[in-house]
Design a protein around this ligand. Structure first.
Ligand code: HEM
Length: 727
């Protein structure tokens, strides 16, 4: 359709509706109700008045003054003047997608929540992924937590699971949230740095808040620089409750696991990408959906009882703690597929309003004091951000379930309530809308965790909250050596940017309580000698942890289904390239769901060695090497000679090598690796498949491409990583 926004609009659902009929302002359902299609339509004002001339304002004579009566000009300019709304206070930069959730089996034993009622049940969803600290126009690949917010449009109202890609948080109590955000956001005097935590105020704050140590481990790990939204986990973070028909409740933690594995960037790559393509994650999400490589995640739950929770060495109300999977396994309960891009970024992704208070019968809260603050915060902030109390009527926010209550009026009200009754109880409207009652309506779980009424009102924390280091150690000890190195390097980088040495020292003093090895490595990287004394412990004798190593916490344990779907490979081409191997590689990669792009010294058509023509759709200038997951260098003496003359080729190859990606060099192109300084010789017998460097003769292209695909499944080949890099 010429006026469509997306190819994926064909994937209708209860929320998005069907494809809008061309040229018709559809009035069917949900989003279709408001979808505007201007194909074949004449231009009008907002009042529907046809506009004759959209080029010239109304003047008194061609050189005369513009006239106040020009309502067409004034309406257009006035509307333009008010196009912007405030950005979110946190999570300002985000990208959204529509999709569906499908339950595997009924979960009715534990919950009456509508999405889990029966096997195969489909619930429409809208998801928004985000960074936290950066402003709306900032980069996607900043080192940061990623938001992972899911709105389920259930039969019984909207349920928002507003999570992050890390299972813990910096702070334990909502009272500290404004402080945390003020510390990490750009510093107030000069508004720097944008989208980055490597500055004094952030580390000043966290180094005075030892409860943040566990989260700092996650944020300094590669989890904070995901490869894509499709390859990161999501977590509800807090403990919630599931409630069944009988009113019995259990505790639950929610986990999203990406089907295509959990994969990250490396730091040098993330920095370079942020310059060449600040929209890297947004583009990836959009392109995956448009091409049919739909992002997919499995929802898992950790279910446990209050009695079990009482026995744990940590407090399940403390958002700086995980429940190790070895203690309570994660049970898969359904999958979510993102299969439709929004029609309009502003109307949907910007105006969507998530809120942790949006729960449905069958889901309830725990007493987590961080969650309590969130239950208040979201709607409160959205009243300013979205300009009044009626933003639940904005189509992306409105439930599929019908809405009936006696709330009335306010800015921008759209519902036209009939009748004279807007109160309850009433007799004049037959008592309607009537209370649903306990059998159908939302009923809060009455159980409260050891409320200890006798304590009275307190501003205090439970004792186990004061164990700030046991789980920070668990996370660090559970990482592979490469991941541990990356964590140490990230601390080194961030702390090296500080201007106040005392903050650096306090942070290292804090780290000593979590891992002496890590603290030493960081201190060495900062030239800090001797090591500062470890910070005093708030809880000198914490309980023995049940689990001291959790392999599931390592990224290497999360390859997903091992497929390559959605990855991008560069095939470097120049005039005289061996076209046959290029075609074989493209076909083999496409079969794996991989996007193979022909990247040349320039874009456009060029002859192959056999006289055919190929078309380079990207250049090394506009798509540098670090934007690709792997590289193929085809054979062809003339092409190799041309590429060897271009400095971009060397940077392309070096970045691929430095970021530990799979490289295949066929025939003569081996010379390019040598010229770029890679540790390969010109000896033809050499093959280095194990390190992700595959060298093959042009005649073996088929087998070499198969080996390349196998090596790509490893994602990266950290065996060749060096700090500092050799190349
Ligand atoms: C007391 C602690 C917290 C407060 C007060 C708070 C507050 C906020 C606010 C004001 C927004 C902007 C919402 C909007 O304008 O629509 C927001 C967004 C968000 N918050 Fe929190 N937050 C807190 C903790 C957390 C935690 C622990 C998580 C993760 C579990 C989280 C995840 C998110 C996400 C994903 C968004 C973006 C939602 C979207 O995509 O629109 N927040 N938060």
């Amino acid at each position: 359709m010429p006026t469509a926004s997306t190819l994926s609009e064909e994937n209708g659902s209860d929320k998005t509706g069907s494809v809008a009929p061309e040229g018709v302002n559809s009035t069917i359902d949900s989003l279709d109700r408001v979808r505007v299609d201007s194909s074949g339509q004449r231009l009008t004002t907002n009042q529907g008045v046809p506009v004759a001339d959209n080029q010239n304002s109304l003047k008194y004579g061609v050189r005369g003054p513009a006239l106040l009566e020009d309502f067409i000009l004034r309406e257009k300019i006035t509307h333009f003047d008010h196009e912007r709304i405030p950005e979110r206070i946190v999570h300002a930069r985000g990208s959204g997608a529509h999709g569906f959730f499908e339950a595997y089996e009924p979960l009715t034993q534990y919950t009456k929540a509508a999405p889990f009622k029966e096997a195969g049940k489909i619930t429409p969803v809208f998801v928004r992924f985000s960074t936290v600290a950066g402003e709306r126009g900032s980069k996607d690949t900043a080192r940061d937590v990623r938001g992972f917010a899911v709105k389920f449009y259930t039969d019984e109202g909207n349920w928002d699971l507003v999570g992050n890609n890390m299972p813990v948080f910096f702070i334990q109590d909502a009272m500290k949230f404004p402080d945390l955000v003020h510390a990490v956001k750009p510093e107030p005097h000069n508004a720097m740095p944008q989208a980055g935590s490597a500055h004094d105020t952030f580390w000043d704050f966290v180094s005075l808040m030892p409860e943040s140590t566990h989260m700092l481990m996650w944020v300094m790990s590669d989890r904070a620089i995901p490869r894509s939204f499709a390859t990161m986990q999501g977590f509800g973070v807090h403990t919630f409750r599931l409630v069944n028909e009988a009113g019995d409740s259990v505790f639950v933690k929610f986990h999203w696991s990406p089907k295509y594995g959990t994969h990250s960037l490396v730091w040098d790559e993330a920095v370079k990408i942020s310059g060449a393509d600040p929209d890297f994650h947004r583009r990836d999400l959009w392109e995956r959906i448009e091409s049919g490589a739909f992002p997919e995640y499995e929802l898992g739950v950790q279910i446990f009882t209050e009695d079990q929770a009482e026995q744990f060495s940590f407090d399940i109300l403390d958002s700086t703690k995980i429940i190790p999977e070895e203690l309570i396994p994660v049970q898969p309960v359904g999958r979510m597929v993102l299969n439709r891009n929004p029609d309009n970024f502003f109307a949907e992704t910007e105006q969507v309003a998530f809120c942790t208070a949006h729960v449905v019968p069958g889901i309830d809260f725990s007493n987590d004091p961080l969650l309590a603050g969130r239950i208040h915060s979201y709607v409160d902030t959205q009243i300013s951000r979205l300009g009044g109390p009626n933003f639940h009527e904005i189509p992306i926010n409105s439930p599929i379930a019908p809405v009936h209550n006696n709330q009335r009026d306010g800015m921008h009200r759209q519902a036209i309530h009939r009748g004279r009754v807007s109160y309850e109880p009433n007799s004049l409207a037959g008592g309607c809308p009537f209370q649903a009652g306990a059998a159908q309506g939302f009923v809060s779980v009455s159980a409260s965790i050891q409320a200890k009424e006798e304590q009275g009102k307190v501003r205090a924390k439970p004792e186990k909250f004061a164990d700030h280091y046991t789980q920070a150690r668990l996370f660090f000890e559970s990482q592979s050596p490469v991941e541990q190195d990356h964590i140490a390097n990230a601390f080194r980088f961030e702390l090296s940017k500080l201007t106040v040495p005392a903050i650096r020292e306090r942070t290292v003093a804090m780290l000593r309580n979590a891992s002496e090895a890590l603290a030493r490595k960081v201190a060495m990287g900062l030239g800090m000698e001797p090591l500062p004394e470890a910070l005093p412990l708030a809880l000198p004798n914490p309980a023995q942890p049940e689990v001291t190593k959790s392999p599931a916490l390592s990224l290497l344990a999360r390859p997903g289904d091992g497929s390559l779907t959605g990855r991008k490979v560069a095939i470097l081409v120049a005039p005289g390239v061996e076209g046959e191997a290029v075609a074989t590689a493209q076909a083999a990669l496409l079969e794996q769901g991989v996007v193979a792009r022909l990247v040349g010294p320039r874009i456009g058509r060029m002859p192959t060695a056999s006289g055919d023509v190929i078309d380079a759709d990207a250049s090394m200038e506009n798509e540098p090497g670090f934007l690709f997951d792997a590289l193929i260098l085809p054979d062809g003496q003339e092409a190799v000679a041309a590429l060897a003359q271009d400095g971009h080729t060397m940077e392309f190859i070096k970045d691929q090598f430095r970021h530990c990606k799979t490289i295949l060099a066929l025939g003569a192109s081996r010379q390019l690796l040598v010229k770029a300084g890679l540790p390969v010789s010109m000896d033809k017998s050499q093959a280095q498949g194990g390190t992700g460097l595959i060298l093959a003769e042009a005649g073996d292209a088929g087998a070499a491409i198969a080996a390349f695909i196998e090596a790509m499944a490893m994602h990266r080949h950290f065996g060749r990583e060096m700090d500092p890099p050799l190349l």
